[in-house]
Design a protein around this ligand. Sequence first.
Ligand code: NAI
Length: 409
Amino acid sequence: MSQATSFPRERIRITLLENIHPAARETLEEAGYMVELIPRALEGDELNAAVAASHLLGVRSRTKIRAPQLAHAGKLLAIGCFSVGTDQVAIGDAAQAGVPVFNAPHASTRSVAELTMGHVVALARRIGEKNLKLHRGEWDKSLAGAHEVRGRTLGIVGYGHIGQQVGILAEAFGMRVIFHDIQKKLPLGLNRPVSSLDALLDEADFVSLHVPDTPRTRGMIGPSQLERMKAGSYVINLSRGSVVDVEALRTALRSTHIAGAALDVFPTEPAPTNATFDVGFTDFPNVILTPHIGGNTEEAQRNIGIEVANSFIGFIDRGSTEGAVNFPNVNLPEIPDTHRILNIHRNVPGALAEVNRIVSEVGANIEAQQLATTRDIGYLVMDVNKELSDEVNSRIAALPMSVRTRILY
Ligand code: NAI
């Protein structure tokens, strides 16, 4: 791609807040951009000033960007949530302001999968209880209820990014792996799909949940599912707290029908706090409890840094909105000897007709064009011959529905 960009890299102001992993800065600097780092979360006037001054703004979870902050987004081109979720940003308002929001939904996949397997082995060996006892000075070497996982059946509910990784790791442990998903999924290795959740519950020694929080998954493991599970089987939940009916799980554990559980997520979770917090299972030594740390590793943070930084680069250099959570996803291949015009507009009838009228009036040649829309926003990426690109660009920018227009290289 030509470096003769109409928006030189050194003029692009990138601000990364909240101690975002250094890999983000390295990735951006390697691509020729300069980065300003602010180690803390911002709020109030300081945040408004950062929004106003930045072309690209990176945040983690503590900086909240809502409509009042977006009112300062005069030159802001994109926001990066250096996190799995995007709750910290009002993504609908950002879309209205013509600002795509990027995140890294799958950067912690492997971390969650590894911890899941750790929990499978720990449950099979009753590590939760042994650990508690030895901390109290009790030397309990009994082998009652301790098993190898080799040859046992792991049932994966939700065979997406994490579920599939768990399936691969479990097979390496010599486990039989079955899975259930509402979508048709290609099985990896010897992993085997089953016809329904019930079929999975009938067969699995360990049931591991890897579904998102949806109306359909809320409480999907309730009294009848727990009853249906094999006697002496285990529940593992590193997905969302809403998926398991915790009262029903306590009942099933008390009756010893369910031999144990590993829980990383809970129906209510506190904000980071020094105060004590009762997750409701402290009376069960056969329940392993972790405070929503499935994705919390150095490696996942690094992956998040690299993934979101690359989304920034793709958007600035090529206009790619691939992976943006609030924007039509467009990723048009580059064509040599063209200028690329990016136009974000309100999705009103006739926008494309207006653009095509301008192009034909000035006699420009369109080499490639892609328009994608969501309900509110249209995003047009258009490659035109160089001679006429400036004129096309400024006339498109002047259209009443245009929100933002930018020309590249
Ligand atoms: P994904 O979107 O790649 O996979 C989810 C899978 O669940 C999809 O294949 C989908 O078709 C399937 N699914 C949806 N509804 C279903 C239903 N009713 N029955 C069966 N299958 C259903 O998501 P990913 O990245 O694998 O994440 C899975 C879960 O892990 C999410 O809840 C996510 O929030 C959670 N997570 C937890 C972390 C932690 O720290 N403990 C960190 C990262 C993600």
